[in-house]
Design a protein around this ligand. Structure first.
Ligand code: MSP
Length: 660
């Protein structure tokens, strides 16, 4: 049921007359147990960029983003913070909306899986799925038994892969084997059809290596999946068995259809989902859910499958994977503080070609900001406009005869416009942005070659006028092509060229009509002031978001703090635990009292280095059994990424001394 969209003319100015197929662009909906980081920002800015670019090319576009709010994990963090799950979701969903506002992300809809409209839509989908059968008459949904490893601390099933030394990494406890009744989705019945749709590119998976990866999954074999959970209480109850809640992915994936009116707004649903070109954007982490489960779910209820699934690369920071536990997630707000909204958008989208992984280095950001935006673009505007202000009182210079070099520059502008349109079609935002920047660079080279400064000195105003007109026209075209990535600076540039209504110039949906800059030309201040390098080392640190307590969250009273009894202890002996390479067993003295604790520090300290040291322990912790070994307390350590250091005292003190 996938539709192929007619390509818009590669010349954005050409009017084919035929109405353009609408484009529906989505990001994943983000979990609210995390705060927005530049990984989330990347996908979201790409979606915003593509939406703006398609509109510029005359195509109707709808852009959806939002938050994924149900499931055991969310319920657990809310519980840990002593608030209701809904309250947690309200606060955290707002972090995403606030970040997108600062980044000038103009979504058409922000969906939350706790929205009533979404909940109703999911129930409607589940009812249809439940009533459906596969060709041999078997029901799509059937009852089964799910057996898995359940962590009581997390209140969720965890996989073998997630375990560290057989323990839940968050709670250092062994999970229990649990069995519960679940409903299953008969994925096996839809696999051949989904595989065929991907093979024939009706579901286009890009880039090619990801397509191959997905096709490989079919060869390895994929099992029916469970669509419900008995033990998770923060979710959408199944309409046909309210004792079970929908599994988070079965609740999350349909956001793409409930947002545009699945079951409650047939007109909008037909326009965006059934007839539109649907483009799902995401990183590789969630490819299987989108490329296999989601199309199969849609086929089971007789709805169209997505047209394109684009998998972009992963951001790493100084070579490391960005993650909550490494605390190296870069908060996009910090980048906006430094580089402004448009600067941040530009820097994030040009770090690496769409589809490839890329490492983020703070000093490169500064260099690139200065090179591309302050020097290339900012200086071009200031050179051309300042000369017009100085020699033509800011008015549009009278046009003179053109020379071949002027015509070449004009052709450059046209071909960059075409390159931009083609790059948008082939989902290559980095190349589309590159077309704009290349035009800027070509215009700078044009000025170097034509030397308007010398023409001014020689008082050759006729030739000077032609050169400056050619330059500002290239700037106009560059500003239009760059407007999806630099929404406010490009409008500012158009205003500098005399457009009283820059929006109208963008909405004209065309680069055609040379000599359009009306003037008067006036540059108020540099478009992109150069960034100072002095602050570099401190900036590197500032870019790493600290795990701060947001007002109202993670905040405890003094009395609550006092409930934790901390005291000093002396390590009497320490030894490794066979088969657990992260754990050490310590015998410690708290004054007269002897205790045994199990600590996950074996990769940072040798047992012999610990003996005789004074450490800090939580003394009133409920005893636990870790790997079958009793542990009566927990030691304190500071950790930052791969580094871990024990908390000790800065001089000798008796063991068992209280800390407060
Ligand atoms: N809630 C699910 C998605 C459900 S969609 C029906 C989820 N949420 S998430 O918060 O973990 O978001 C994952 C997505 O965030 C990735 O697919 C990608 O779009 C973005 N990124 C998260 N970390 C990233 C990087 N380090 N680099 C680039 N993008 C990253 O999965």
């Amino acid at each position: 049921m996938s539709r192929s969209a007619p390509l818009p003319s590669s010349d954005p100015s050409a009017d084919s007359g035929a109405p353009q197929t609408p484009v529906y662009i989505t990001t994943p909906i983000y979990y609210v147990n995390d705060k927005p980081h530049i990984g989330h920002a990347y996908t979201t800015i790409v979606a915003d960029y593509l939406t703006r670019a398609h509109r510029l090319l005359g195509r109707p576009a709808f852009f959806l983003t939002g938050t994924d709010e149900h499931g055991a994990r969310i319920a657990q963090v809310a519980r840990e913070h002593g608030i209701k799950p809904q309250e947690w979701c309200d606060r955290h969903s707002e972090h995403f909306r606030a970040a997108w506002k600062r980044l000038d992300v103009a979504y058409d809809q922000f969906i939350r899986t706790t929205d009533k409209r979404h909940v109703d839509g999911v129930r409607r989908m589940l009812e249809r799925m439940h009533a459906a059968t596969v060709p041999d008459g078997k029901p799509v949904i059937y009852e089964g038994i799910y057996t898995g490893l359940y962590c009581l601390g997390c209140e969720k099933f965890i996989t073998e892969k997630e375990l560290v030394d057989g323990l839940c990494p968050s709670h250092l406890t062994a999970p229990q084997k649990l069995t519960e009744k679940n409903y299953f989705f008969r994925l096996s019945a839809f696999l051949p059809q989904v595989e065929r749709l991907i093979n024939e590119n009706s579901i286009r998976i890009l880039p090619e290596e990801r397509r191959r990866e997905v096709l490989g999954l079919f060869k390895q074999g994929l099992e029916d999946f469970s669509i419900s959970r008995e033990k998770v209480d923060w979710g959408i109850p199944l309409p046909f068995d309210p004792s079970q809640n929908a599994y988070v992915w079965v609740d999350a994936l349909p956001n793409y259809i409930t947002a545009v009116g699945y079951g409650d707004d047939p007109e909008s649903f037909a326009r965006w989902w059934t007839q539109g070109t649907v483009i799902h954007l995401m990183a590789k982490d969630i490819l299987k859910f989108h490329a296999v489960y989601w199309p199969a779910m849609l086929l089971s209820i007789g709805e169209a499958v997505p047209d394109q699934i684009f998998i972009h690369g992963y951001f790493t920071v100084n070579g490391q994977k960005m993650s909550k536990s490494l605390q190296n997630a870069i908060d996009p707000n910090l980048l906006v503080d430094r580089f402004g909204t448009d600067g941040t958008r530009y820097l994030l989208l040009t770090q690496f070609p769409f589809g490839q992984d890329g490492d983020v280095k703070a000093d490169l950001f500064i260099r690139q900001f200065n090179a591309d935006l302050a020097n290339d673009l900012g200086n071009l505007v200031s050179r051309a406009v300042t000369l017009i202000e100085r020699h033509f009182e800011g008015r549009r210079p009278p046009g003179g005869a053109s020379q071949p070099i002027d015509n070449e520059q004009r052709q450059q502008a046209e071909s960059c416009g075409k390159r931009f349109a083609a790059a948008i079609e082939s989902l290559a935002p980095h190349d589309a942005i590159g077309a704009g920047i290349d035009l800027v660079r070509a215009a700078n080279r044009y000025l170097e070659k034509t030397q308007p400064w010398s023409l001014a000195k020689e008082n050759d105003l006729a030739r000077l006028g032609t050169v400056l007109n050619t330059a500002v026209e290239s700037i106009r075209v560059a500003a239009i092509i760059l407007s999806p990535i630099l929404p406010s600076k490009s409008r500012l540039i158009l205003a500098t060229l005399g457009f009283t209504d820059p929006e109208a110039e963008l909405n004209r949906q065309g680069l055609s009509g040379w000599d359009r800059c009306p003037g008067p030309f006036h540059l108020e201040a540099p478009i992109f002031p150069r960034m100072d390098k002095v602050a570099l080392p401190s900036m590197e640190k500032a870019l790493m978001s600290e795990p701060t307590a947001v007002a109202g969250e993670n905040v405890i009273t003094v009395d609550q703090f006092r409930q934790t009894q901390l005291c000093t202890a002396e390590v009497i002996s320490a030894e490794k635990i066979a088969g657990a390479d992260r754990l050490l067993k310590l015998q410690i003295a708290l004054g007269e009292e002897r205790r045994q604790i199990v600590a996950g520090i074996a990769q940072h300290y040798k047992p012999e280095d610990l003996v005789g040291r004074t450490i800090v322990v939580v003394a009133n912790l409920q005893p636990a059994t870790i790997r079958g070994i009793a542990s009566q307390g927990m030691l304190l350590a500071a950790s930052n990424g791969p580094t871990l250091r024990l908390i000790t005292t800065d001089g000798p003190i008796d063991s068992g001394s209280s800390i407060g």
